[in-house]
Design a protein around this ligand. Structure first.
Ligand code: UDP
Ligand code: MG
Length: 340
């Protein structure tokens, strides 16, 4: 970083992407070399167990702009993305999936738009989701509608994690105390001037999706609870409705008692007990969702661990090379320097 900051950093989180990686690298390189500015590609290897690390090492031999950050274990797409964003050094930082569903060609348009109009955020907006499955399209539609209601209209529908951020926006993100923010909600919430570039979401170029339904559901739950306490209010409204109902039923019970018709009533008691039990469990569950997140926040554990970063390695090589000449600079010194 520092004086040598590249104009553009492209962060690519990847988990077991050995199949698609050579294709992605070739297309990305074509686009980025064509821009004619200094750039770095920050590949974040999210604890892949396949040949991803080896493929990356091979690519690096012929592509000096490729930087590889390896996470110690698989931490998920959002955490890997965050790791790359926090370490990228460019004046503009673009994040893009490794599977070529987001076209690298749009990066140039994003960068030019940001520079021409002085924007801090440019969203890649999926103008056409024809390549997605019916199920993904429908659930994504619900997701973005709900998010716009909860997190506000500044959230762009169908803007995933293909976007450009300026250095200022990245620093603003870095300043947030949250450990694992849902980026596609937090970035609009930061309120920077933004624009968008439409693109056609393609099919995965190779390999299989790493986002099973369970992860999609977890992202949706995190998205809702990180921006809204509205579900907690469900309990309040259910309680109020229950009380009103209870007033009416009490009057009916007193009337029945006075009329001497109190013996039958098994069905109504049975249904009322079951219903109230279910409502109480539901409300407890909702409370639990938030308490669980409070707990996680209080633990304050990092969202990811860096195992290695080729940029650090080069910094250390350079620094230790210098220390051979200048006596007195011991081995730990370069580590201290690189942290400042
Ligand atoms: N990914 C990751 N860590 C994970 C899961 C996914 O870094 O634990 C990466 C993956 O390699 C890809 C991106 O996140 O570059 C999006 O994942 P994928 O394409 O599988 O999701 P989909 O497009 O099917 O929603
Ligand atoms: Mg994908």
């Amino acid at each position: 970083m520092g004086a040598m900051a590249p104009e553009l950093s492209v962060v690519v989180p990847m988990f077991n992407e050995e199949q698609v990686l050579p294709l992605t690298a070739a297309r990305l390189r074509g686009v980025l070399d064509g821009l004619g500015v200094g750039y770095e590609v920050v590949a974040v290897d999210d604890g892949s167990g396949d040949a991803t690390a080896g493929v990356l090492a091979g690519l690096r031999a012929g592509w000096p702009q490729l930087r590889v950050i390896r996470l110690r274990r698989n931490s998920g797409h959002q955490a890997a993305l965050l790791a790359g964003l926090m370490r990228a050094g460019g004046r503009f930082v673009v994040s893009i999936d490794a599977d070529l569903q987001d076209p690298p060609e749009a990066i140039g348009a994003m960068w030019r738009l940001a520079r021409a109009e002085g924007l801090d955020v440019v969203y890649g907006v999926r103008a056409d989701r024809g390549a997605d499955s019916w199920f993904k399209r429908v659930t994504a539609g619900w997701y973005y509608r709900l998010m716009r209601r909860l997190a506000g209209g500044q959230v762009r529908a169908h803007a995933g994690d293909f976007r450009l951020l300026s250095r200022a926006a990245v620093e603003a993100l870095r300043g947030l105390p949250e450990r694992g923010p849902v980026l596609r909600l937090v970035v609009p919430w930061l309120g920077f001037a933004s624009g968008e570039v439409g693109f056609r979401r393609a099919e995965r170029a190779a390999g299989r999706t790493k986002y099973p339904l369970s992860r999609m559901a977890a992202l949706a739950a995190d998205s809702i609870t990180s921006f809204s306490a509205a579900p907690l209010r469900v309990a309040t409204w259910l309680g109020l409705a229950g009380m009103l109902l209870c007033l009416g039923l009490t009057a009916a019970a007193v009337a029945a008692f006075l009329l001497g018709a109190t013996v039958p009533g098994w069905a109504s008691v049975y249904v009322a007990v079951l219903f109230l039990g279910a409502v109480q469990l539901l409300c407890l569950g909702l409370l639990g969702e938030y308490i669980g997140r409070l707990y996680t926040a209080v633990q304050n554990r990092p969202a990811y661990f860096i195992a290695s970063d080729t940029a650090d390695d080069t910094a250390r090589d350079v620094a230790s090379g210098a220390s051979a000449d200048s006596a007195g600079v011991g081995w730990p010194a370069p580590m201290v320097n690189s942290r400042r």
